[in-house]
Design a protein around this ligand. Structure first.
Ligand SMILES: [Zn+2]
Length: 426
């Protein structure tokens, strides 16, 4: 359909008088090609354009690479050196069209003929293609490519990623994007940042796992508050409900110790969260007060209390009041009185539930009770809104559209959260 003839005409330095390496070089192309179309419709013309681009890519790469190779060979000091003798000045060309190598770009695979030089000092010959391209030796998929595809695969489904790529003429399939996600994720690790606040939240969210019918597994997230507002991700793990939370904190133990005051951890309550930290670091736990009335609805259902019945409304509204904290009360005496009154109300609520035989709710509230007002008692800010909740929505938008393997879900979430919260980009 399309014939392309490209020829390098001249190579000139971008701007004489300026350090050439910082300004780069200009490579002129003379291109000639024929376009064959059935009709003049928008779609036909764009299809032809896409076709030209994809056919031009390998030639384009090769020409620019050779052009740049010729430019650096004319420099006194080369941007590469001989592995044998360390010489970085005296070389001759062995070939500009040597053994083929295949690399994946975000558009498609490109086959390149390698550039090979000969060291004038020791006679060693070697390829300089990958050095010039700035990519790792022996890797068919450069980091630059898999990180971009990895980011794409975490922002949308693999199917959609393939579809969107196809619309722009890419030849990158679902499997390639999937692989890129796993590879990119393997390079991402989360931990606390010692320069940010000694305050954060931990929570879990359920995700669907292949072969597990009901609730699947839990994705656990540990976030840290930032000085300028906002949050960053400090830990991520996947596991069973009520399973270990150790991995969430294990990268951060030393940083926990480095904070000048105890770390304030807000959590929705699973006490096993802290097992991994016991005896190692000082932590003040504050139950997430926002979660308590919310979780109580589920617990009341377990106790057989009818949704929105008189009893249900009484308990939930009382809990909402107990859990509502006015921010910025800074008088110690007022805080003490306030907490005393809230504890009394909580105790009488627990007493009432015990009489009624709502055993699930009784044990839930009793386990929460010791940590409900810690932060406020310490005159720290007892936040009642959950920031981790927002993070979980970011997670769910991607993981709820599929059934996952453990590592598949963890990896896609890693990149997604790194991108949205920790400044990762590709
Ligand atoms: Zn040498």
């Amino acid at each position: 359909m399309v014939i392309i003839v490209c020829a390098t005409k001249t190579i000139k330095e971008g701007n004489m008088g300026v350090t050439p390496q910082s300004k780069g070089i200009t490579i002129d192309f003379d291109c000639q090609f024929a376009v064959h179309v059935k009709d003049g419709k928008l779609s036909s013309i764009l299809a032809a354009f896409t076709e030209i681009l994809s056919q031009m890519l390998p030639d384009f790469f090769q020409r620019v690479l050779v052009g740049y190779g010729e430019y650096v060979m004319a420099l006194r000091k080369k941007p590469f050196s001989c592995d044998c003798c360390g010489n970085d000045e005296k070389f001759t060309w062995k070939t500009k069209h040597g053994k083929e190598t295949k690399i994946l770009t975000i558009y498609r695979w490109v086959v390149l003929q390698q550039l090979q030089v000969l060291c004038k000092k020791c006679g060693h010959k070697f390829y300089i293609t990958r050095t010039l391209l700035g990519i790792e030796s022996h890797k068919r998929i450069p980091a630059e490519t898999y990180r971009k595809l990895g980011l794409l695969g975490c922002l949308t489904t693999y199917r959609v990623a393939e579809k969107i790529g196809g619309m722009f003429g890419w030849a990158v399939d679902k499997m390639t994007v999937w692989n890129a996600v796993q590879k990119t994720a393997s390079e991402i690790d989360f931990k606390l940042d010692g320069n940010e606040l000694a305050e954060g939240e931990a929570d879990g969210t359920g995700i669907g796992i292949k072969g597990i019918a009901k609730r699947g597994k839990e994705l656990k997230v540990f976030i840290q508050y930032k000085k300028g507002g906002g949050v960053r991700v400090a830990g991520l793990d996947i596991g069973k409900y009520n399973g270990s939370w150790n991995k969430l904190f294990q990268n951060s133990i030393e940083i926990f110790k480095g904070f000048r005051r105890s770390f304030l951890l807000i959590t929705d309550g699973d006490t096993t969260i802290l097992d991994g930290l016991k005896g190692k670091v000082k932590i003040i736990v504050q139950r997430c007060l926002w979660h308590i009335p919310y979780q109580a609805r589920y617990v009341l259902w377990q106790d057989g209390v009818k949704h929105k019945s008189e009893e249900w409304l009484c308990i939930i509204s009382e809990l909402l009041e107990i859990c509502a904290i006015r921010p910025f009360v800074d008088c110690q005496k007022t805080i003490e009185k306030m907490i005393e009154s809230k504890r009394k109300r909580l105790d009488s609520l627990i007493g009432h539930c015990r009489k009624q035989g709502f055993n699930h709710l009784v044990s839930y509230l009793e386990s929460a009770r010791p940590d409900m007002f810690t932060a406020i008692e310490k005159r720290l800010n007892g936040k009642t809104t959950s920031k981790v909740e927002r993070v979980m929505r970011t997670v769910n938008m991607r993981v709820n559209v599929s059934k996952w393997s453990d590592s598949g879900a963890l990896n896609v979430t890693k990149i997604r959260l790194a991108y949205y919260y920790n400044g990762f980009d590709a």
